[in-house]
Design a protein around this ligand. Structure first.
Ligand SMILES: Nc1ncnc2c1ncn2[C@@H]1O[C@H](COP(=O)(O)OP(=O)(O)OP(=O)(O)O)[C@@H](O)[C@H]1O
Ligand SMILES: [Mg+2]
Length: 230
């Protein structure tokens, strides 16, 4: 198997934190499968039977998305973009607007005044993964609530869904771990693992808890940049 360029780079991250060897192997396989899948996708356009063509293209796109997700997971242990000063509150608003555009009910509350630095696309991914979970697994409506103290921003992503059994609140962060299939809506089970890795790469954290009145609370903290060089 050809060694993809991304894997030796990620192998460093694997040494710094306990990434399971099987996941690193899955990433190498995912990387190598991307080129043949792209070729198959192009050749599928030549299939005359329209129904068959559409089925094959849809399946190939599903496989390609799964492979990309696996690569994203392995790469999420360290930032691939340089941290820049950013407007964290505007990022929260834009993630919410993106979901509103798709017809989901998302409300943004609160504001932030502190200074933040980070990898823009990575933090967007964190917020997106949490907000999508809230609307997909949490019954439809979500609130993204911002607050901060001297040290960090706190962004709560709240829903009114079934929540998560207390014994599973940490387990759902493990790669590929999902509660029962019917409730999980066909995702790959990597969203929370990716989000937590990226949050930690910013010096932040994600914690889940069940809300007293029902529903899940995801709590993302992002440290303020003051006094930090990154
Ligand atoms: N807001 C929520 N309410 C209830 N259950 C949740 C919520 N968020 C996550 N879960 C549970 O945790 C599991 C893991 O979430 P995770 O985001 O890692 O994967 P996923 O959403 O299934 O797939 P994807 O990789 O597309 O994100 C979900 O399958 C679901 O069972
Ligand atoms: Mg998810």
């Amino acid at each position: 198997m050809r060694r993809p360029e991304a894997v030796p780079a990620d192998a460093g991250a694997a040494r710094r934190r306990p990434v399971h060897e099987a996941v690193a192997l899955a990433a190498a396989i995912s990387h190598d499968l991307q080129a043949p899948i792209t070729r198959l996708r192009l050749r599928a356009d030549l299939i005359a039977d329209r129904g068959l063509r559409e089925h094959i293209v849809a399946d190939l796109e599903r496989v390609a998305a799964m492979l990309q997700e696996q690569l994203d997971y392995v790469r999420s242990g360290h930032l691939r973009e340089a941290p820049v000063p950013l407007d964290l509150a505007a990022l929260v608003e834009s993630v919410a607007e993106g979901l509103l555009d798709l017809g989901h009910r998302v409300e943004v509350q609160g504001s932030l005044r502190g200074r933040y630095r980070g990898a823009l696309r990575a933090l967007e991914r964190v917020l997106q993964n949490l907000a999508v979970n809230a609307v997909v697994h949490g019954g439809g409506a979500a609130v993204m609530r911002m607050s901060e103290d001297d040290a960090a921003a706190c962004i709560l992503v709240l829903d009114e869904g079934p929540g998560i059994p207390p014994a599973m609140l940490e387990q759902v962060f493990e790669p590929f771990y999902r509660l029962e299939e019917a409730r999980s809506g066909g995702g790959s089970g990597l969203g929370l693992a990716i989000a937590r890795n990226l949050a930690r790469a910013h010096g932040g954290e994600i914690r889940l808890s069940n809300r007293p009145g029902g529903g899940l609370q995801a709590r993302l903290t992002v440290p303020q940049s003051r006094g930090r060089s990154a």
